[in-house]
Every structure is written in structure tokens, then in C-alpha cells.
Design a protein around this ligand. Structure first.
Ligand code: TYM
Length: 334
């Protein structure tokens, strides 16, 4: 708790081009929860280097992501929006938690298996211990709630396991966090293969809508989305392509699947795709305009980066010092 408010933590990687999945599965919920909680939103640039990055591009993307958080509606005066790499406590706590995490647990992580298969020439130790750094992110701020898409659930579970293990040995040190999964949009699928999640690293550019896609590209990608030969607009597992389009429509406009089924009763897929395209444009176009405006104000963004790094450091250090004391590191001499 901070000032009688529960704490929320979440983060996104500054890697690749963000997709509509990142927005609908995470960022959009962050905004709707931000009044209720004391919030920490991190640009997790330390996680990004588990895959090789070009330095200039990483720096640029990290800044663009931080700007996007603000453009999406997170007030940086109220929410702590900061770069993970500006708070060294993340790395220090991750080291400690590494010593409380088992190889067997990490071996079961599906994201590790997927990424190791994708980057077979660079299966580094950081990729393997990635979930431990994520646990450190969350536990440093004593977060009660962590809004994420479904793909991050396994990482949330290991975070809880590590925290419970640590508390079991040393007493109540960490708050045990809960995942927050949105009702709609928690798993947006590829437009070209609705069995796969929409991902920034998909090689087929038509599979993903990128947050910075222009309106024509968005409409075109929706029009080309894979559907089926049933011919009915139904929210059903047997029609995964149509189900995904309905999910996107719902998450963009705040509708329920039942409402959408009624709206499109007796109408064809062409009309659905067109409506989905317009719904996505109505969400992304204003977002892109706000990003462009904010990018012009360099000193405003710089101020936020500085102030929020200080705030994050303050809270992170409180937890880290407590952990260090509990495990028996010598006291600092002042
Ligand atoms: P990342 O950067 O891959 O994704 C950021 C957020 O977007 C969600 N997401 C999706 N949601 C719905 N449909 C999709 N197709 C989709 N694709 C991505 C993700 O679930 C995530 O919420 N490991 C994290 C970053 C991280 C983190 C943390 C998150 C590091 N430390 C601490 C929460 C708390 C990741 O790689 O997310």
C-alpha cells in the first residue's frame, strides 16, 4: 500500500513495433485502472536485451514507448512512468531472486522455449532467467495487481511462487501479486492465422496491426483477415478468425460479443471486417496524433523521465534494503 492505495505494476518491452494486441491486452486496461491504484509503469529495456538489439534503435524505441504510455492517457504526474534501466534495484533484486528460483521451474516456461527456438544462435542466460527479472520488477514495488495479457500468466505464476517461497523462509517480505486480465482483448490473435497470438515479431506484416499503422493499412489488414466458410458472425471457438475480429471490435468499442452478434445478424463478413477496420482506426488515429504532439515537447518528456526515475528508485530501494537485511547482507555504515 502507498498512501492507502493498492499498488499496480506493469511493463512492456521496448522491442519491435508494438501491436494492437499490446494495446488492447495491456495498455488500455492500464489506463482504466490508473485512478484506482498507485501505479508503476515501466519501459522494460533490460528485458529487451535478452534478444540482440541495435543500441540506437533500442534507445529510440524505449523513448517512443514511454511517450506512448502518456499518449494513451496515463498521467505522468500521478503514475510513475520510467525506464527499468534507470532503477538498478531491479538487477540487484533479480540476482537475489535467482538464488530462490529453480532451474526446473524456468525450464517449464513456454515463452523461453518459444524464444529459444526463434533465436537458436543466441540462447543466453538472460533469456532463461527473464522471468526472475520480471518477478523482481513486480515484487520491488510490492504490487497487488499486475494487468497483463494472457500470454504473461505463466510469468505471473512463477512470480507468486518465488514470493511465497521467500516469504516462507524470511517472513512477510513481499506482497503476493494477482494478475489482472481484461474481459475482452486479453489475447488478440494473428489476422492471418487465428491459432497464433498477434505478435510484433510475426514475419507476415498482414498478420499484425501495428500501433503506428496508418488508417489505410489498418483497413486493408482487416479486410484481408482470415475468416471461414460458415458465413455467420458468431463468437465461437469453431470460428476462430471471426471470433478474433469480434474480440477486437468489442475491445475497441466497449461492446460485448452478444451485442456484436446481434448487430451483425444476417450480415456478411465483408461488413464485419469493414466495421472492425473503422473501430480500430477510431482508437489508433487519435493515439498516433497525441504521440506526434508529445514527441515535439522534448523538455516535458525529459522532466518526466527524471522525476519518475527518482520516485521509482525511492520505492524500489525501500524493498531492496529490507530484502538485503532479511537475507543477512551487512548493514551499510552511514
Ligand atoms: P510484452 O512486451 O511482450 O507485451 C506487453 C503486454 O502486451 C500483452 N500482449 C497481448 N495482449 C493481448 N493479445 C496479444 N496478442 C498480446 N501480445 C502482447 C502482454 O501480455 C503484455 O501484458 N514480459 C513482459 C514485460 C514485462 C512485464 C513485467 C509485464 C516485464 N516485466 C512486469 C508485467 C509486469 C512482456 O514481454 O510483455
Amino acid at each position: 500500500m502507498i498512501d492507502n492505495k493498492k499498488v499496480l505494476f506493469s511493463g512492456m518491452q521496448a522491442t519491435g513495433n508494438l501491436t494492437l494486441g499490446n494495446y488492447l491486452g495491456a495498455l488500455k486496461n492500464w489506463v482504466s485502472l490508473s485512478d484506482e491504484y498507485e501505479c508503476f509503469y515501466s519501459v522494460v529495456d533490460m528485458h529487451s536485451i535478452t534478444v540482440r538489439q541495435d543500441p540506437a534503435t533500442l534507445r529510440k524505441r524505449a523513448r517512443a514507448l514511454l511517450t506512448l504510455y502518456i499518449a494513451a492517457g496515463l498521467d505522468p504526474e500521478k503514475n510513475c512512468i520510467y525506464y527499468q534501466s534507470h532503477v538498478s534495484c531491479h538487477a540487484e533484486l533479480a540476482w537475489i531472486l535467482n538464488c530462490f528460483t529453480y532451474m526446473g521451474e524456468l525450464n517449464r516456461m513456454t515463452q523461453f522455449k518459444d524464444k529459444a527456438a526463434k533465436h537458436a544462435d543466441n540462447i543466453n542466460a538472460g533469456l532463461f532467467t527473464y522471468p526472475v527479472l520480471m518477478a523482481a520488477d513486480i515484487l520491488l514495488y510490492q504490487a497487488d495487481v499486475v494487468p497483463v495479457g494472457i500470454d504473461q500468466m505463466q510469468h505471473l505464476e512463477i512470480t507468486r511462487d518465488i514470493a511465497q517461497r521467500f516469504n516462507g523462509i524470511y517472513g512477510d517480505v513481499f506482497t503476493i501479486p494477482e494478475a489482472y486480465i481484461g474481459k475482452t482483448g486479453a489475447k488478440i490473435m494473428s489476422l492471418q492465422d487465428p491459432a497464433k497470438k498477434m505478435s510484433k515479431s510475426d514475419e507476415n506484416v498482414n498478420a499484425s496491426i501495428y500501433l503506428m499503422d496508418d488508417p489505410d493499412a489498418i483497413r486493408r489488414k482487416c479486410k484481408r483477415a482470415v475468416t471461414d466458410s460458415v458465413g455467420e458472425v458468431r463468437y465461437s471457438d469453431e470460428q476462430p478468425g471471426v471470433k478474433n475480429l469480434i474480440s477486437i471490435y468489442c475491445a475497441c468499442l466497449g461492446k460485448t460479443p452478444e451485442e456484436v452478434e446481434r448487430e451483425f445478424a444476417g450480415r456478411g463478413y465483408g461488413e464485419l471486417k469493414e466495421a472492425v477496420g473503422e473501430a480500430v482506426v477510431s482508437v489508433l488515429e487519435p493515439l498516433q496524433k497525441r504521440v506526434a504532439e508529445l514527441e515535439k515537447d522534448k523538455s516535458y518528456i525529459d522532466g518526466i523521465i527524471k522525476n519518475n526515475a527518482e520516485k521509482a528508485n525511492y520505492y524500489a530501494q525501500k524493498t531492496l534494503r529490507k530484502v538485503q537485511r532479511k537475507i543477512g547482507f551487512p548493514d551499510r555504515i552511514r
